[in-house]
Write a protein that binds this ligand. Structure first.
Ligand SMILES: [Zn+2]
Length: 101
């Protein structure tokens, strides 16, 4: 029998991995000077993290999602992924149908 991790375990490991990476990033952030942080924010605010083009904010069922005007990547702010995951599947389909051409 092949052992398959349950969804809960996968979620746990994903969270552990996230926390580990977050710590590394937090250490980097501590080393950055305040001016550097400000400059970086000005440079990247509402810009696509992948291609650098402008993001367009779309309001979908009260959740503000940012969509790239170039590569059409979709980015979520803090808490939005959790809000979306609370949707029922039909709600999710409706939400993502917005992004389909
Ligand atoms: Zn993009």
């Amino acid at each position: 029998m092949v052992w398959k991790p349950s969804e809960k375990e996968e979620e746990y490991f994903a969270r552990v991995e996230f926390e580990r990476k977050k710590k590394v990033e937090e250490e980097k952030h501590r080393k950055l000077k305040e001016e550097d942080k400000k400059r970086l924010k000005e440079l990247h605010y509402m810009r696509c993290p992948k291609c650098g083009m402008e993001l367009i904010e779309i309001d979908c069922k009260g959740i503000k999602v940012d969509k790239c005007s170039e590569c059409e990547g979709v980015w979520l702010d803090a808490g939005e992924l959790e809000a979306i995951s609370k949707f029922e599947k039909t709600g999710l389909d409706k939400l993502f149908s917005v992004f389909k051409k």
